[in-house]
Design a protein around this ligand. Structure first.
Ligand code: GLU
Length: 339
């Protein structure tokens, strides 16, 4: 197997830096101006309170791996992190249990089915397959350190706060609204239990998962959280080490493969950076070694990804050179070949 064959081979890192501060600042403002009037898409309402979000909100932020910060528009507006929490809780779970254990329990492959699919779990003998779908995220939440659900919740809240560099607080209204409509996630939790793939009381774990999704963040916070994963696990604004560099690499690989629901392949093809979206309208995108972008706007496309956030980050990926797959010949090529 590839992981075994590669054990012990040193990991060299992706190189390159962002342009200077002024240029990044200009491009962030430009990206915001360019897409602020796009009003395509619809606000999610399957969690009732989310349907009341102001669709005109649009925040954008970039934080570079040296801690330089750029905010545009409603970058400090609070919204619930939702599915974006999955990637940071996953990072904390790998930090606690190691690469192999979490890979075996949760998996890393796409299910090819919807993020909240019960069928995906049944088709795979109860194995969740992937930490970015709800079944895998609930199984990951269960792995968090702590004897009780309350201790696991505190560990998640503190861990995500360390990524953000400030104390994050749960939005009680969003939590209560989702608890009234999360029968499907409770069903996934019970199905995981029935396959003996979840320890403890599944309803209590789903409660913790619902709380983690209701943590309030801003586009600015998402950029700081992402920049921590771009900076080998050290928060570039606070200087605190949150997770190891290996954990960042593992997390970003999974996010690259499945961060944007059923459009993950299309996103990687067009934009070329690991990114995770949430149903409240947030997206975080991470360019290893360089930095991260956070964006928020509530109108979503049919796959559940914020339209303006995708456009703004797509623009920045091109303009800032974030695409992991883009290169140019290092030595100039003439008609006669390499000079
Ligand atoms: N809390 C939401 C759920 O579990 C998250 C959905 C999302 O952002 O994709 O359904």
């Amino acid at each position: 197997m590839i992981p075994t064959a590669l054990r012990g081979v040193p990991q060299e890192v992706s190189t390159g830096v962002l342009p200077g501060w002024d240029r990044v600042e200009q491009l962030v403002q430009e990206a915001h101006d360019r897409y602020r009037d796009d009003d395509s898409g619809t606000v999610a309402d399957y969690i009732p309170v989310l349907g009341a979000a102001d669709p005109t909100l649009f925040g954008l932020a970039v934080v570079d791996a040296a801690g330089g910060v750029h905010d545009a528009g409603d970058a400090l507006h609070l919204f619930s992190i939702q599915s974006i929490s999955k990637m940071f809780v996953y990072a904390l779970a790998i930090q606690a249990h190691g690469h192999e254990r979490v890979r075996d329990i949760v998996g890393v492959n796409n299910t090819g089915l919807a993020f909240n699919s019960v069928m995906a779990l049944e088709l795979n003998g109860g194995h969740p397959m992937n930490p970015m779908v709800n079944a895998g995220a609930i199984a990951t939440t269960a792995l968090m350190p702590g004897e009780t659900p309350a201790e696991k919740w505190e560990c998640i809240r503190e861990g995500l706060s360390a990524f953000a560099g400030r104390s994050l607080i749960m939005d009680g209204e969003v939590y209560r609204s989702e608890m009234q409509t999360n029968e499907r996630n409770q069903a996934l939790g019970r199905l995981l239990s029935s396959y003996e793939r979840l320890e403890g009381d599944s309803d209590a774990i789903v409660d913790v998962y619902t709380r983690q999704c209701a943590l309030n963040v801003t586009a600015h916070d998402l950029a700081v959280m992402g920049a921590t994963l771009a900076d080998g696990g050290v928060n570039p604004v606070t200087g605190e080490r949150v997770v190891s560099a290996e954990v960042c690499r593992d997390t970003l690989a999974v996010v690259a493969a499945s961060g944007l629901y059923e459009r993950s392949g299309e996103w990687l093809f067009e934009i070329g950076i690991p990114a995770k979206s949430g149903v409240a309208g947030g997206i975080v995108a991470v360019s290893p070694g360089k930095g991260a972008a956070g964006a928020f706007s509530p109108r979503l496309d049919s796959a559940g990804n914020s339209v303006r956030s995708q456009l703004a980050i797509g623009y920045l990926s091109r303009a800032l050179g974030l695409n992991l797959f883009a290169s140019a010949p290092r030595v100039a090529v003439t008609a006669e070949g390499r000079s």
